[in-house]
Write a new protein. Structure first.
Length: 357
């Protein structure tokens, strides 16, 4: 009946179906990893503990194994090539969470959040020098912007189109997960609105996404390369592994031309003090929750904390070892965050709140 009606109306005013939105191309991810480091493998170096980062460069995979305070180097077959670092406060030694970030010339920036310092290492993880300026020597690689956690290279400017894109996306509903965004090795922006789905939308500039990448459940992403993703996953026995999966990225895609960097606001002065007061209250509530339950919570409603700033709380993690969360003030679009325990996002200081970058 509707088709006949549509045909009749078409004779008078025209009748067309509503335009359908273009389908986002899927970038297929291999069902099995091309490389696994860790698990029950008896080879040297495969007993991983508290892995906080990994990067593949020039055919070498550098794994930040914070449990042993080491950088471990593996070849493309998973063979251990060598170990750099040990526990301590001297050059090239570590005591806290070890974060990795790409540096110019295929080098690596390495952050130790207990020694409060950045150091530079070559592509194989060999220590070069410690940067002056302590924890503030480089801008944080994980910044906060418009209710999102944005992962980029340490100290690297954020292109203006990326911030404009984050501003253009629909506002997340209160109570929804924090938006995650990552800049890949080729300069594309990956965005995820819900970690439970494992799906990332990939953007090459303003406008529609150019790809969709669905990653395995429970896969913590460390690096997005030209044709691979690298990250951490637990095996069936809850042992840590580092895995590499092949990704079929279409050829011919180019990222937006170089643009001026965008300014990441640190905070709205009128909101910052009250948001920091709320964060202090949340930290106290989390410690009380831990005392009663033996773990931190990832459910903000479980804390019963009263927020006077008008901001909304989004807890991004909560378990026996750590918790992390952000506060988002919708009126001013100020985003502040804090992390306590192990692991923490790269460049964040344990128990120290901040806004923006």
């Amino acid at each position: 009946m509707r088709l006949h009606l549509c045909a009749m109306v078409a004779l008078l005013v025209g009748c067309t179906a509503p335009p359908s939105s273009p389908e986002v191309p899927e970038w297929p991810v291999a069902s099995t990893p091309s490389l696994t480091i860790g698990s029950d493998d008896a080879r040297p170096g495969h007993d991983l503990s508290k892995v906080t980062g990994a990067r593949m460069q020039q055919g070498v995979i550098v794994v930040a194994n914070s449990g042993s305070n080491e950088l471990q180097r593996f070849d493309s077959t998973g063979k251990l090539l060598g170990i750099e670092g040990r526990r301590g406060n001297g050059p090239g030694e570590f005591t806290g969470n070890i974060g990795l970030s790409p540096a110019p010339g295929d080098s690596l920036y390495v952050f130790d959040n207990e020694n409060l310092r950045w150091s530079i290492h070559d592509a194989s993880g060999h220590y070069g020098r410690t940067l002056t300026g302590g924890a503030q020597a480089l801008a944080r690689p994980v910044l906060l912007y418009h209710r999102a956690m944005v992962r980029t290279a340490a100290g690297a400017p954020v292109p203006a189109w990326m911030l404009a894109l984050l501003d253009s996306l629909p506002e997340s509903a209160p109570g929804s997960p924090a938006r995650q965004a990552r800049v890949d090795d080729l300069g594309f922006l990956w965005i995820q609105d819900s970690s439970s789905s494992g799906a990332w939308m990939v953007y090459a500039g303003g406008g529609a996404p150019v790809g969709r990448v669905a990653l395995p459940a429970g896969f913590d992403l460390f690096q997005e390369g030209r044709d691979f993703v690298l990250g951490r996953a637990l095996d069936s026995a809850d042992q840590e592994t580092v895995r590499v999966y092949h990704v079929a990225r279409p050829t011919g895609l180019t990222v937006a031309p170089a643009q001026p960097s965008g300014a990441v606001p640190t905070s709205d002065a009128a909101s910052k003090s009250s948001m920091f007061a709320d964060i202090n209250g949340i930290m106290t509530a989390q410690e009380m929750f831990y005392a009663n339950h033996g773990a931190y919570t990832s459910n903000g409603d479980s804390l019963g904390a009263r927020l006077s700033s008008g901001a909304e709380l989004v807890l991004t993690a909560g378990d026996k070892r750590h918790w992390a969360g952000i506060l988002y003030h919708r009126a001013s679009r100020t985003t502040c965050g804090v992390s306590v325990g192990f692991p923490s996002p790269e460049g964040w200081l344990d128990g120290t709140a901040f806004c923006g970058r």
